[in-house]
Design a binder for this molecule. Structure first.
Ligand code: FEO
Ligand code: CA
Ligand code: CA
Ligand code: CA
Length: 592
């Protein structure tokens, strides 16, 4: 069977077998380079990382925690082949049990952090921009770059679009409802054709708590987004803006997609409310045949939806200023998948269908602030946790990573979510119509197919990879993020495989068409406790960048006794989330 797999696929590397131990591993002929670690200096004056002496001031100048989305903006601008550019990195969340000594396990640590530690955590969230360059084959940060930037939980940003200024976005610190401090839980992301980056706020409910969550006029709305009184982070002990009883509207200012210009360290990030408020996994773009820009988004929750946003106007290649606020005008849609393989996009537009005053929607702002409830009323299809949604630039199909959902009981399955207990997840292809000039990503109807049903063939019920033979060696579990190389092959990273399938999370590649379609092959295996995020295919397909998130995040693992000390392996040094670059030792193209 392994021989048949080798013959069918266009991939030029030998897949890593499962069961190779619990350390990091990469396919033969490749090399792992650590590019940036939590605590590494980003801005001038940053001290060297010292886990015993962490301060908010130092962390604000250093690389943040739990790197997730990765992007690369070349220097000089527009030079797609350049191995010099700006690495953009999201810092999704923090693990205080692994960051600080003496706090105990994860649950105890989130309740036992001091105010000083909370301030470090707030600064460890957000994003980093780091100028990097490949020299003598190695990727390294450019020391002292004036283009570097840290965005944190305190960075001033603007709120724009139809919900800006809405009364539910007004707080005592911002009576205008148009300015907000910080961005939190930025998971995956995307970018625009005009060279800005989009970072997506995901589990924003973790940060706001207190008795106010369950009382008051917004209690039902908070519940739909998973807010609970006993929030995961107990930051409301230290800062009243995280206490819902004190600032009942602050939670409404999170859960958005944030746009910023990575080439301008002074640019003010903007929360684009037209794209809706939900647990955004990512936000990737495709240009429709008529020049309008389409942003594909997943809402990562069991039984939540796939969305897309279509700009009102085509983007302007000649005049960058004309695109500055393009994401403020357009239409948000939620997906309905029919069992016959057709699909439709349902508009979230105030005044249309059930999105009216009788249902509590008095404006488009209301619809966007409660996008989930609007999509419920429209009859969107509840999915098995939509993570990355991304268009393949070669075949024009749009891939939806559905990571898992074991809460779907019999009777609630459908053709697009066929497993009653989906421990391993699956990948769906959405197929927009082709028209003269390209793919009509803006279309209101289309078709869909299953690309793969994850899990080990022969063991996991329903596991399927187009041809059963290939994935016997390279099967995967819990797809989360994806990327495409220049040949249109898909690269899928996983989150949750240690729990679901007793194998390390990793990175897998597969053809999307032809004999090797969906025959995934394992390329990289993560260190203990880590998930793999990113993935970013670098310039000329010569590098794959990965964000190794939460190494050592396992039951019982903590600062004082971590399950791994990756990537430094030094006594006293905790595990450190880090961005790695994988290159081929002979300098060739990744994937062959
Ligand atoms: Fe942050 Fe959906 O993973
Ligand atoms: Ca994710
Ligand atoms: Ca995930
Ligand atoms: Ca994660």
């Amino acid at each position: 069977p392994a021989g048949a797999q080798e013959a069918a696929s266009t991939l030029g590397f030998r897949g890593l077998p499962h069961g190779t131990g619990d350390g990091e591993a990469v396919a033969e002929g490749h090399e792992v380079q650590v590019v940036m670690r939590w605590g590494d200096p980003v801005l001038p004056g940053a001290p060297a990382f010292d886990p015993a002496r962490q301060t908010a001031e130092a962390q604000a100048l250093q690389f943040g925690y739990n790197n997730d989305y990765l992007d690369f903006f070349p220097l000089p601008r527009g030079d797609a082949a350049s191995e010099h550019g700006l690495l953009v990195v999201n810092h999704e969340y923090t693990n205080p049990e692994l960051m600080f000594a003496g706090l105990g396990d994860a649950r105890a640590a989130r309740r036992g952090t001091s105010e000083a530690q909370f301030r470090v955590e707030l600064m460890a969230h957000g994003a980093s921009v780091v100028e990097i360059r490949r020299e003598d084959g190695r990727w390294k940060p450019v020391a002292g770059s004036a283009m570097n930037r840290r965005i944190t939980g305190e960075t001033e940003m603007r709120i724009s679009g139809p919900a800006a200024g809405h009364e539910r976005l007004r707080t005592s610190a911002d009576p205008s409802g148009t300015r907000v401090r910080g961005t939190l839980n930025n998971c995956a992301g995307g970018n625009t054709p005009w060279g800005t980056v989009l970072i997506a706020e995901e589990n924003f409910n973790y940060y706001f708590g207190g008795a106010g969550v369950e009382t008051g006029p917004q209690a039902a709305a908070f519940k739909r987004y998973g807010f609970v009184r006993d929030a995961q982070y107990t930051w409301y002990r230290f800062d009243p803006r995280f206490d819902v009883a004190r600032e009942p509207n602050e939670p409404n200012r999170f859960g958005w997609v944030v746009e910023f210009d990575p080439y301008d360290p002074q640019s003010v990030p903007v929360k684009r409310t037209a794209l809706g408020r939900f647990k955004h996994e990512g936000c990737t773009h495709a240009v429709s045949a008529d020049g309008r820009v389409v942003l594909y988004m997943g809402d990562d929750e069991r039984f939540d939806y796939v969305y897309k946003f279509v700009t009102a106007r085509a983007w302007n290649r000649q005049d960058p200023a004309a695109n500055r606020d393009l994401l403020d005008e357009g239409t948000l849609y939620a997906a309905r998948f029919h069992d016959d393989g057709s699909m439709e996009w349902l508009p979230l537009v105030h005044g249309q269908g059930p999105l009216n005053a009788a249902n509590g929607f008095h404006s488009q702002g209301d619809v966007l602030i409660e996008a989930r409830r609007a999509a419920d009323l429209l009859g969107a299809t509840p999915m098995d946790r939509p993570e990355d949604v991304e268009a393949n630039p070669v075949n024009g199909r749009v891939y939806v990573m559905l990571t898992n959902n074991t809460s779907r009981r019999d009777g609630r399955t459908d053709a697009a979510n066929p497993r009653a207990s989906n421990a391993h997840g699956h990948v769906i292809e959405m197929i927009p119509p082709r028209v003269a000039g390209g793919v009509d990503h803006a279309a209101l109807t289309g078709r869909w197919e299953v690309f793969l049903m994850a899990g080990q063939p022969g063991t996991a019920p329903g596991a399927s990879y187009h041809r059963a033979v290939g994935a016997e060696a390279g099967w995967l579990s819990c797809p989360d993020n994806c990327a495409f190389d220049s040949k249109g092959r898909i690269w899928i990273s996983t989150d949750g495989a240690p729990t679901a399938a007793k194998v390390a999370d990793g990175l897998y590649a597969a053809d999307t068409d032809g004999e090797g379609r969906a025959l995934t092959r394992r390329f990289y295996a993560a260190p203990s406790g880590a998930e793999v995020c990113g993935p970013l295919i670098g310039p000329g397909d010569r590098t794959v960048f990965l964000a190794i998130q939460h190494p050592g995040e396992e039951a019982g693992s903590r600062f004082d006794a971590p399950s791994t000390r990756w990537p430094d392996f030094e006594e006293g040094m905790p595990p450190r989330p880090a961005v790695i670059a994988i290159v081929k030792k002979d300098g060739g193209m990744i994937g062959g």
